[in-house]
Write a protein that binds this ligand. Structure first.
Ligand code: SF4
Length: 248
């Protein structure tokens, strides 16, 4: 990747020039990322307008870096299955439906919501005593009061789950959503996911085994297996050992 910086005082034509250069580069077949850097706190109104201008010019990724924060703006929807490869936090709290299998908490308004209960729903947030919850098929759901954030926090701590691979490979004879439903109900464990239970990857650093999440193990295996199987001398099945030296 090649870098170049346009700098100068406000209203000196930097944004327009960046837009024009982005258009030309894209027209000539290059991929382009754009970055706007300011020493100040980001001004969402102005900075997101510039960000959108760069995307409209064809930028493949528009970044705004301000005092204490960074915004990445992509001109496409990134699926959760792809995003998860880049995330490594203790919790991912999601607002809105993704279609990715995970435990779900349904928020009701005054009039509607219960029709959206599905097999992944573990709790309902709304009126203290929701009469609809008396129905037999809803009796396993926790009923949380509209502003009972203590109970909601307990549910997050005790019911949030690590992700399954999410690609519905079918090796378990089913799909990831059915597997997650089984795990939530206590009928299945992560060991029932054939992809996660392969345990093919072992990482050591300076002789010490590094603990890795099954999901990360699965990614390391998939990426490396795809490359290695193309090498002469590597068969379809067998034990592989790769060593790196990170001292340089
Ligand atoms: S084996 Fe795992 S990744 Fe494959 S469909 Fe089943 S739960 Fe999903």
């Amino acid at each position: 990747m090649k870098l170049i910086e346009f700098f100068g005082p406000s209203n000196s034509g930097k944004t327009v020039a960046l837009v024009k250069m982005t258009k030309r580069l894209r027209k000539n077949g290059y991929s382009v990322a754009t970055l706007k850097s300011t020493p100040h706190v980001l001004n969402y109104e102005k900075d997101s307008k510039d960000s959108v201008k760069y995307l409209e010019a064809g930028s493949n990724l528009s970044i705004a870096v301000g005092k204490g924060e960074t915004i990445l703006h992509l001109p496409r929807r990134v699926d959760l299955i792809e995003l998860l490869k880049h995330l490594n936090y203790d919790f991912l709290l999601v607002e809105g439906e993704t279609g990715f299998p995970m435990p779900k908490v349904l928020f009701l308004n005054e009039k509607e919501g219960m029709e959206r209960v599905d097999d992944l729903t573990i709790a309902v947030v709304g009126k203290e005593k929701n009469p609809n919850l008396k129905a037999k098929r809803f009796q396993t759901l926790k009923n949380i009061g509209a502003e009972d954030y203590d109970t909601l926090y307990d549910v997050v701590i005790s019911h949030a789950m690590p992700p399954l691979p999410g690609d519905d490979c079918g090796h378990c004879g089913s799909d990831c959503t059915s597997m997650m439903v089984g795990i939530i109900r206590g009928e299945k464990t992560y060991k029932n996911c054939v992809k996660l239970s392969k345990k093919a990857v072992r990482v050591e650093f300076d002789g010490e085994v590094v603990p890795i999440l099954p999901f990360i193990s699965s990614i390391i295996e998939d990426v490396n297996a795809g490359i290695l199987r193309n090498l002469k001398g590597v068969k379809k099945q067998g034990h592989v050992k790769i060593e790196f030296d990170l001292r340089n």
